[in-house]
Design a protein around this ligand. Structure first.
Ligand code: DGL
Length: 311
Protein backbone atom coordinates (compact mmCIF):
# COMPACT_ATOMS: atom_id res chain seq x y z
CA UNK A 1 0.00 0.00 0.00
CA UNK A 2 1.70 3.31 -1.06
CA UNK A 3 1.84 6.12 1.51
CA UNK A 4 -0.96 8.44 0.32
CA UNK A 5 1.07 11.45 1.51
CA UNK A 6 3.45 10.85 -1.41
CA UNK A 7 0.71 10.83 -4.06
CA UNK A 8 0.28 13.86 -6.34
CA UNK A 9 -2.57 16.37 -6.37
CA UNK A 10 -4.46 16.12 -9.68
CA UNK A 11 -5.44 19.43 -11.33
CA UNK A 12 -7.20 20.18 -14.60
CA UNK A 13 -8.59 22.96 -16.75
CA UNK A 14 -9.81 23.42 -20.31
CA UNK A 15 -6.33 24.68 -21.19
CA UNK A 16 -3.71 27.01 -19.80
CA UNK A 17 -5.81 29.06 -17.34
CA UNK A 18 -5.66 26.44 -14.59
CA UNK A 19 -1.91 26.99 -14.42
CA UNK A 20 -2.71 30.19 -12.48
CA UNK A 21 -4.05 27.85 -9.78
CA UNK A 22 -0.98 25.57 -10.06
CA UNK A 23 1.24 28.62 -9.44
CA UNK A 24 -0.57 29.26 -6.14
CA UNK A 25 -0.58 25.59 -5.14
CA UNK A 26 3.19 25.47 -5.64
CA UNK A 27 3.61 28.64 -3.59
CA UNK A 28 1.41 27.41 -0.73
CA UNK A 29 2.46 23.75 -0.82
CA UNK A 30 6.02 23.59 -2.17
CA UNK A 31 6.51 19.93 -1.21
CA UNK A 32 3.44 18.63 -3.05
CA UNK A 33 3.68 16.79 -6.36
CA UNK A 34 1.16 17.87 -8.97
CA UNK A 35 -0.15 16.27 -12.12
CA UNK A 36 -1.95 18.68 -14.44
CA UNK A 37 -4.04 18.06 -17.52
CA UNK A 38 -4.93 20.93 -19.87
CA UNK A 39 -7.73 19.98 -22.26
CA UNK A 40 -6.40 22.41 -24.86
CA UNK A 41 -7.83 20.48 -27.81
CA UNK A 42 -11.38 21.13 -26.52
CA UNK A 43 -10.85 24.68 -25.15
CA UNK A 44 -12.95 26.80 -24.70
CA UNK A 45 -15.45 25.09 -22.41
CA UNK A 46 -17.34 28.33 -21.74
CA UNK A 47 -19.76 28.23 -24.72
CA UNK A 48 -20.45 24.46 -24.48
CA UNK A 49 -23.55 22.71 -23.18
CA UNK A 50 -22.99 21.89 -19.46
CA UNK A 51 -23.86 18.21 -20.17
CA UNK A 52 -20.89 18.00 -22.54
CA UNK A 53 -18.63 19.68 -19.97
CA UNK A 54 -19.77 17.17 -17.31
CA UNK A 55 -18.67 14.32 -19.58
CA UNK A 56 -15.25 15.96 -19.97
CA UNK A 57 -15.01 16.32 -16.18
CA UNK A 58 -15.57 12.58 -15.74
CA UNK A 59 -13.14 11.65 -18.53
CA UNK A 60 -10.36 13.82 -17.14
CA UNK A 61 -11.15 12.77 -13.57
CA UNK A 62 -10.79 9.15 -14.68
CA UNK A 63 -7.45 9.96 -16.34
CA UNK A 64 -6.20 11.60 -13.13
CA UNK A 65 -7.53 8.66 -11.08
CA UNK A 66 -5.49 6.31 -13.28
CA UNK A 67 -2.41 8.30 -12.14
CA UNK A 68 -3.21 7.64 -8.45
CA UNK A 69 -3.89 11.08 -6.99
CA UNK A 70 -4.80 11.95 -3.40
CA UNK A 71 -7.02 14.97 -4.19
CA UNK A 72 -8.47 16.55 -7.32
CA UNK A 73 -8.74 20.27 -8.11
CA UNK A 74 -11.06 21.41 -10.88
CA UNK A 75 -9.09 24.54 -11.78
CA UNK A 76 -11.76 25.75 -14.18
CA UNK A 77 -14.84 27.71 -13.17
CA UNK A 78 -16.91 26.45 -16.11
CA UNK A 79 -16.14 22.81 -15.27
CA UNK A 80 -16.70 23.49 -11.57
CA UNK A 81 -20.12 25.02 -12.28
CA UNK A 82 -21.14 22.13 -14.53
CA UNK A 83 -19.52 19.15 -12.86
CA UNK A 84 -18.23 19.61 -9.30
CA UNK A 85 -21.13 17.83 -7.59
CA UNK A 86 -21.03 14.98 -10.08
CA UNK A 87 -17.25 14.57 -9.72
CA UNK A 88 -17.55 14.56 -5.93
CA UNK A 89 -20.08 11.73 -6.18
CA UNK A 90 -18.16 9.78 -8.82
CA UNK A 91 -14.59 9.78 -7.45
CA UNK A 92 -13.18 8.39 -4.24
CA UNK A 93 -10.81 11.29 -3.49
CA UNK A 94 -11.84 14.78 -2.30
CA UNK A 95 -12.67 17.05 -5.25
CA UNK A 96 -12.27 20.84 -4.86
CA UNK A 97 -13.62 23.43 -7.29
CA UNK A 98 -12.66 27.08 -7.67
CA UNK A 99 -16.06 28.76 -7.26
CA UNK A 100 -16.68 28.31 -3.53
CA UNK A 101 -13.14 29.53 -2.62
CA UNK A 102 -13.56 32.58 -4.92
CA UNK A 103 -16.96 33.36 -3.40
CA UNK A 104 -15.52 33.09 0.11
CA UNK A 105 -12.63 35.43 -0.71
CA UNK A 106 -15.07 37.96 -2.21
CA UNK A 107 -17.41 37.87 0.81
CA UNK A 108 -14.41 38.46 3.09
CA UNK A 109 -13.12 41.34 0.93
CA UNK A 110 -16.26 43.38 0.23
CA UNK A 111 -16.98 46.37 2.45
CA UNK A 112 -20.19 47.60 0.80
CA UNK A 113 -21.53 44.06 0.14
CA UNK A 114 -21.78 44.63 -3.61
CA UNK A 115 -19.77 42.04 -5.53
CA UNK A 116 -19.23 41.70 -9.29
CA UNK A 117 -18.38 38.46 -11.07
CA UNK A 118 -17.01 38.02 -14.58
CA UNK A 119 -16.70 34.58 -16.10
CA UNK A 120 -17.49 32.49 -19.15
CA UNK A 121 -21.02 32.24 -20.47
CA UNK A 122 -21.34 28.76 -18.92
CA UNK A 123 -20.23 29.95 -15.49
CA UNK A 124 -22.42 33.05 -15.46
CA UNK A 125 -25.50 31.24 -16.80
CA UNK A 126 -25.14 28.53 -14.15
CA UNK A 127 -25.67 31.09 -11.37
CA UNK A 128 -23.09 29.15 -9.33
CA UNK A 129 -21.31 32.25 -7.99
CA UNK A 130 -24.53 33.87 -6.76
CA UNK A 131 -25.47 30.65 -4.98
CA UNK A 132 -22.02 30.28 -3.44
CA UNK A 133 -21.91 33.93 -2.27
CA UNK A 134 -25.46 33.78 -0.86
CA UNK A 135 -24.72 30.53 0.98
CA UNK A 136 -22.08 32.54 2.89
CA UNK A 137 -23.92 35.88 3.18
CA UNK A 138 -27.43 36.21 1.80
CA UNK A 139 -27.21 40.00 2.09
CA UNK A 140 -24.46 40.47 -0.49
CA UNK A 141 -25.70 41.72 -3.87
CA UNK A 142 -24.06 39.89 -6.79
CA UNK A 143 -23.80 41.40 -10.28
CA UNK A 144 -22.54 39.04 -13.00
CA UNK A 145 -21.36 39.50 -16.57
CA UNK A 146 -20.12 36.99 -19.11
CA UNK A 147 -16.79 38.02 -20.62
CA UNK A 148 -16.10 35.15 -23.04
CA UNK A 149 -13.77 37.09 -25.33
CA UNK A 150 -11.27 37.54 -22.50
CA UNK A 151 -10.53 33.78 -22.78
CA UNK A 152 -9.81 34.13 -26.52
CA UNK A 153 -7.61 37.16 -25.82
CA UNK A 154 -5.50 35.25 -23.30
CA UNK A 155 -5.16 32.23 -25.58
CA UNK A 156 -4.35 34.40 -28.63
CA UNK A 157 -2.08 36.72 -26.64
CA UNK A 158 0.02 33.83 -25.41
CA UNK A 159 0.45 32.51 -28.93
CA UNK A 160 1.35 35.84 -30.58
CA UNK A 161 4.37 36.97 -28.63
CA UNK A 162 6.92 35.54 -26.26
CA UNK A 163 6.52 38.17 -23.55
CA UNK A 164 4.03 37.72 -20.71
CA UNK A 165 0.34 38.20 -21.58
CA UNK A 166 0.23 41.35 -19.49
CA UNK A 167 3.25 42.82 -21.31
CA UNK A 168 1.76 41.88 -24.62
CA UNK A 169 -1.47 43.64 -23.72
CA UNK A 170 0.22 46.85 -22.72
CA UNK A 171 2.61 46.86 -25.71
CA UNK A 172 0.76 45.79 -28.79
CA UNK A 173 -2.41 43.98 -27.86
CA UNK A 174 -4.89 46.78 -28.41
CA UNK A 175 -3.43 47.68 -31.77
CA UNK A 176 -3.84 44.12 -32.99
CA UNK A 177 -7.28 43.46 -31.66
CA UNK A 178 -10.68 44.59 -32.93
CA UNK A 179 -12.48 45.50 -30.74
CA UNK A 180 -9.59 46.44 -28.48
CA UNK A 181 -9.22 45.09 -24.98
CA UNK A 182 -10.09 48.56 -23.71
CA UNK A 183 -13.39 48.64 -25.65
CA UNK A 184 -14.20 45.08 -24.62
CA UNK A 185 -13.36 45.90 -21.03
CA UNK A 186 -15.77 48.85 -21.20
CA UNK A 187 -18.56 46.69 -22.66
CA UNK A 188 -18.12 43.98 -20.06
CA UNK A 189 -17.17 46.01 -17.03
CA UNK A 190 -18.95 49.38 -17.24
CA UNK A 191 -22.36 47.96 -16.23
CA UNK A 192 -20.72 46.28 -13.24
CA UNK A 193 -18.93 49.48 -12.26
CA UNK A 194 -22.28 51.29 -12.55
CA UNK A 195 -23.70 48.86 -9.97
CA UNK A 196 -21.35 50.28 -7.36
CA UNK A 197 -19.34 47.11 -6.73
CA UNK A 198 -16.23 47.36 -4.55
CA UNK A 199 -15.05 43.79 -5.31
CA UNK A 200 -14.78 41.93 -8.62
CA UNK A 201 -14.29 38.17 -8.81
CA UNK A 202 -12.21 36.97 -11.76
CA UNK A 203 -14.48 33.97 -12.20
CA UNK A 204 -12.41 32.28 -14.87
CA UNK A 205 -8.93 30.93 -14.31
CA UNK A 206 -7.72 32.60 -17.51
CA UNK A 207 -8.57 36.08 -16.21
CA UNK A 208 -5.78 36.59 -13.62
CA UNK A 209 -3.50 36.79 -16.68
CA UNK A 210 -5.35 39.98 -17.64
CA UNK A 211 -5.62 41.41 -14.16
CA UNK A 212 -3.58 44.57 -14.83
CA UNK A 213 -5.79 45.47 -17.80
CA UNK A 214 -8.98 44.63 -15.90
CA UNK A 215 -7.83 46.69 -12.91
CA UNK A 216 -7.22 49.65 -15.25
CA UNK A 217 -10.77 49.31 -16.61
CA UNK A 218 -12.53 49.11 -13.23
CA UNK A 219 -10.30 51.63 -11.45
CA UNK A 220 -8.25 51.38 -8.27
CA UNK A 221 -11.21 51.34 -5.86
CA UNK A 222 -12.45 47.93 -6.97
CA UNK A 223 -10.62 44.99 -5.44
CA UNK A 224 -9.94 42.07 -7.80
CA UNK A 225 -10.34 38.55 -6.45
CA UNK A 226 -8.77 35.50 -8.02
CA UNK A 227 -9.85 32.21 -6.46
CA UNK A 228 -6.40 30.65 -6.91
CA UNK A 229 -4.99 31.68 -3.53
CA UNK A 230 -8.09 30.71 -1.57
CA UNK A 231 -8.28 27.39 -3.44
CA UNK A 232 -4.67 26.60 -2.53
CA UNK A 233 -5.45 27.42 1.11
CA UNK A 234 -8.44 25.06 1.06
CA UNK A 235 -6.36 22.26 -0.49
CA UNK A 236 -3.73 22.74 2.24
CA UNK A 237 -6.39 22.58 4.97
CA UNK A 238 -8.00 19.41 3.61
CA UNK A 239 -4.68 17.61 3.20
CA UNK A 240 -3.66 18.63 6.71
CA UNK A 241 -6.91 17.42 8.29
CA UNK A 242 -6.62 14.13 6.38
CA UNK A 243 -2.96 13.69 7.42
CA UNK A 244 -1.97 13.67 3.75
CA UNK A 245 0.49 16.56 3.45
CA UNK A 246 3.72 15.50 1.74
CA UNK A 247 6.35 14.83 4.44
CA UNK A 248 9.26 17.20 5.08
CA UNK A 249 12.11 16.45 2.70
CA UNK A 250 9.83 15.32 -0.17
CA UNK A 251 11.12 16.31 -3.59
CA UNK A 252 8.01 17.30 -5.55
CA UNK A 253 7.39 16.16 -9.12
CA UNK A 254 5.35 18.38 -11.43
CA UNK A 255 3.93 16.60 -14.45
CA UNK A 256 1.98 18.29 -17.24
CA UNK A 257 -0.15 16.74 -19.97
CA UNK A 258 -2.38 18.10 -22.70
CA UNK A 259 -4.95 16.86 -25.18
CA UNK A 260 -3.46 19.37 -27.65
CA UNK A 261 0.08 19.90 -28.90
CA UNK A 262 2.56 19.00 -26.13
CA UNK A 263 5.37 21.16 -27.54
CA UNK A 264 3.11 24.22 -27.72
CA UNK A 265 1.80 23.56 -24.21
CA UNK A 266 5.37 23.34 -22.93
CA UNK A 267 6.26 26.76 -24.40
CA UNK A 268 3.05 28.57 -23.39
CA UNK A 269 2.63 26.79 -20.06
CA UNK A 270 6.18 27.66 -19.02
CA UNK A 271 5.42 31.34 -19.65
CA UNK A 272 2.24 31.25 -17.58
CA UNK A 273 3.98 29.44 -14.73
CA UNK A 274 7.19 31.42 -14.86
CA UNK A 275 9.25 28.20 -14.81
CA UNK A 276 9.70 25.30 -17.20
CA UNK A 277 7.03 22.61 -17.36
CA UNK A 278 9.63 20.14 -18.63
CA UNK A 279 8.49 17.63 -21.28
CA UNK A 280 4.70 17.67 -21.61
CA UNK A 281 2.83 14.37 -22.02
CA UNK A 282 0.25 13.78 -24.70
CA UNK A 283 -3.20 12.65 -23.47
CA UNK A 284 -5.23 12.10 -26.65
CA UNK A 285 -8.99 12.66 -26.45
CA UNK A 286 -9.60 9.07 -27.64
CA UNK A 287 -7.68 7.85 -24.58
CA UNK A 288 -9.76 10.05 -22.26
CA UNK A 289 -13.02 8.87 -23.85
CA UNK A 290 -12.04 5.22 -23.39
CA UNK A 291 -11.76 5.79 -19.61
CA UNK A 292 -15.49 6.37 -19.11
CA UNK A 293 -16.29 3.00 -17.52
CA UNK A 294 -19.71 1.60 -16.61
CA UNK A 295 -19.58 3.08 -13.09
CA UNK A 296 -18.89 6.60 -14.36
CA UNK A 297 -21.51 6.36 -17.11
CA UNK A 298 -24.02 5.22 -14.53
CA UNK A 299 -23.12 8.15 -12.23
CA UNK A 300 -23.51 10.52 -15.20
CA UNK A 301 -26.89 9.06 -16.21
CA UNK A 302 -28.20 9.28 -12.64
CA UNK A 303 -26.95 12.85 -12.30
CA UNK A 304 -28.60 13.98 -15.56
CA UNK A 305 -31.87 12.23 -14.60
CA UNK A 306 -31.81 14.01 -11.23
CA UNK A 307 -31.04 17.36 -12.88
CA UNK A 308 -33.90 16.91 -15.33
CA UNK A 309 -36.27 15.98 -12.50
CA UNK A 310 -35.32 19.29 -10.79
CA UNK A 311 -35.89 21.42 -13.92
N1 DGL B 1 -10.44 28.57 -17.56
C1 DGL B 1 -11.83 28.29 -17.76
C2 DGL B 1 -12.67 28.77 -16.56
O1 DGL B 1 -12.17 28.99 -15.51
C3 DGL B 1 -12.46 28.96 -18.92
C4 DGL B 1 -11.93 28.85 -20.27
C5 DGL B 1 -12.87 28.17 -21.21
O2 DGL B 1 -13.88 28.75 -21.65
O3 DGL B 1 -12.56 27.01 -21.50
O4 DGL B 1 -13.85 28.93 -16.67
Amino acid sequence: MPDTRDLPIGVFDSGLGGLTVVRELCRALPRESIIYLGDTARCPYGPRDPREVRRFVLEIGAWLRSRCIKLMVIACNTATAAGLTLAQRAFEVPVIGVIEPGARAAVMATQNRRVGVIGTTGTVQSGAYSRAVHALDAGVAVFSAAAPKFVDIVEAGLRMDDSSVEDWMSKSGDALMQPSLFELGQDYLDPLKGSGIDTLVLGCTHFPLLSAAIQRSVGPDVRLISSAEETAREVAEILEVRGQLAPVGTLPRHTFATTGDPREFEVLGSRVLGWSTGDVESAPITELESLLDAGLLDALARYEAGEMACD
